[in-house]
Design a protein around this ligand. Structure first.
Ligand SMILES: Nc1ncnc2c1ncn2[C@@H]1O[C@H](COP(=O)(O)OP(=O)(O)OP(=O)(O)O)[C@@H](O)[C@H]1O
Length: 316
């Protein structure tokens, strides 16, 4: 084990092929220890495959790297001891109670002090009052929370969360994220794949992947700059009519509506400023230049996001 003090994950050139399809292509990633790292990308872009390679669950066809200081190619067993992996599918037993599910997981991990660990997980994740409820009767949000408790039983140093809140309502999603931040504050590193903007904005770092390639990565606050996105904020007047008009304007990259306010963005600053100044002259709305935020950046990235690798008109 070669302990890299700063990085929980460091991989280079990860490549995976299924048949003649390269689904992950020379992928590099560095995840700082203790950070919350958001992994964004369209459906089928290779996020799950990358996550599985990074924790030693799937053998890459090319590339190398370390996870928690262990070699992803040769030390996958050691990696699994320290990683909590929450998959997209709910994989616990619906006809067992929460406590029984956690106890079953604790047995699978061959944990010592099983009862104490289960009690602690129930307590930590606010599941104590529902410990005897059948998992099948839980709402989506509580199921996710139980899955997280199951991942945390062996006190992992790294959490890999693959779209952990898909289909969960916004309130439950916020509660779930309170837990993620709490764990992160305790020093647990979190790598989370997501399609949701409200989750992306909670991350310290972001990587965006499309067609198996990493297109962008960096500290969340720098992503708009890395894309080269410029934004004007517009308010007042008939905002819906203006929104429609701006969407038709080829000089505008994107228009995002936030209640009564529009964020009008693009990567061609000269063209965008030209639009703004024409409208300022008209005087119907208030135009203010503002720094592009992660919200705009997220919309920009996801706008180009069609299902990757999908067979046109058919199943993948
Ligand atoms: N075992 C497999 N055999 C063949 N193809 C696979 C296998 N696993 C994944 N794929 C294909 O690899 C591509 C990437 O899939 P992956 O699940 O990694 O993407 P993803 O970004 O996690 O997508 P999603 O957001 O929909 O979960 C897809 O086209 C998928 O169909």
């Amino acid at each position: 084990m070669t302990d890299n003090a700063d990085l929980a994950i460091s991989v280079r050139g990860l490549t995976k092929r299924f048949g003649d399809k390269t689904v992950v292509d020379r992928f590099d990633m560095d995840v700082p220890r203790g950070s919350i790292y958001g992994f964004l990308g369209p459906n089928g872009s290779g996020k799950t495959t990358t996550i599985r390679m990074m924790c030693g669950l799937l053998v890459p066809d090319g590339g190398e790297g370390e996870c928690l200081g262990y070699d992803i190619l040769t030390q996958s067993r050691r990696i699994k001891e320290h990683v909590g992996y929450m998959t997209q599918r709910f994989s616990l037993y619906e006809d067992l109670t929460i406590r029984e599910n956690l106890d079953f997981m604790a047995r699978m991990f061959r944990l010592k002090d099983r009862t104490a660990r289960v009690d602690k997980a129930l307590d930590d994740l606010g599941l104590k009052d529902r410990a005897d409820q059948l998992a099948g009767t839980l709402s989506g949000g509580w199921k996710q929370r139980m899955s997280l408790a199951a991942c945390m039983l062996h006190e992992p140093r790294l959490l890999l969360l693959d779209e952990p809140t898909a289909g969960v309502d916004p309130k439950a999603r916020r509660d779930f994220w309170d837990e993620i931040r709490r764990l992160s504050a305790k020093g647990v590193t979190v790598l989370v794949s997501t399609h949701y903007m409200d989750e992306a904005v909670q991350c310290d770092f972001i990587a965006y992947i499309a067609y198996g390639r990493r297109l962008i990565s960096g500290p969340a606050g720098e992503i708009p700059n890395i894309i080269g996105l410029h934004t004007w904020q517009v308010e007042g007047g008939d905002i819906s009519a203006l929104e429609e008009e701006l969407r038709e304007d080829e000089r505008v990259g994107q228009v995002a509506r936030f209640g009564p306010v529009l964020h009008v963005s693009g990567t061609d600053q000269a063209a965008l400023d030209e639009v703004a100044h024409e409208h300022i002259k008209r005087g119907t709305h208030k135009w203010t230049a503002r720094e592009a935020g992660l919200e705009e950046a997220f919309i920009y990235l996801m706008a180009g996001a069609r299902d990757n690798f999908a067979v046109p008109g058919g199943a993948q």
